[in-house]
Design a binder for this molecule. Structure first.
Ligand SMILES: Nc1nc(=O)c(N)c(NC[C@H](O)[C@H](O)[C@H](O)COP(=O)(O)O)[nH]1
Ligand SMILES: [Zn+2]
Length: 158
């Protein structure tokens, strides 16, 4: 989770979202597959979305087909739980994570999260239940909550 937090620090502060960091990991051999932070890639992107897009690009695939290249025990660490709804209307990261398992692919099997999403933009985030319904384990990694939230909200008027 520390690496995900350091990624979050790279994100440009913005009042209408949270600064989040994420790391895609092959848990089978603890290999980092991709890192990402909010707005790293063009187009109002989320940290988890950037991880998936970068890994897909490294395999000449569009993000929606990233599941074809992900190794067996892929997990994602994200400082904030994946979004289930976005004010911008863009595809939420919960959907992006679930679709990695489409057509029987192993996809992402676990989501390690640092904090729940504060109910600032979209009310309660119901994404975790949806992930679990699709057999994706959500594991809260405690201990960094304060640091994660102060980074996440740095672009908000205090
Ligand atoms: N898990 C997560 N990773 C991110 O990289 C990020 N920025 C958020 N933020 C969640 C928040 O709910 C949305 O940022 C707002 O709902 C605004 O939506 P947009 O980001 O503009 O699509 N959540
Ligand atoms: Zn998201």
């Amino acid at each position: 989770m520390q690496l995900a937090l350091s990624e979050a620090h790279e994100s440009p502060p913005k009042p209408s979202n949270f600064r989040v960091g994420a790391v895609l990991v092959d848990e089978g051999n603890n290999k980092i597959l991709a890192t990402g932070y909010t707005l790293e890639l063009p187009g109002n992107t989320h940290a988890e979305q950037c991880c998936l897009q970068k890994f897909a690009q490294s395999h000449d695939l569009p993000e929606e087909r990233v599941g074809e290249a992900l190794p067996e025990n892929t997990v994602i660490y994200t400082t904030m739980e994946p979004c289930g709804l976005r004010l911008s209307g863009n595809l939420p990261c919960v959907e992006r994570i679930i679709r990695t398992k489409e057509s029987g692919k192993a996809g992402i099997s676990k989501v390690y999260l640092g904090v729940k999403e504060p109910e600032k933009f979209v009310g309660e985030n119901k994404g975790r239940a949806k992930l679990e319904e699709h057999g994706i384990e959500c594991i809260h990694v405690p201990g960094l909550e304060e640091q994660i939230l102060s980074v996440a909200t740095a672009g908000h008027e205090q």
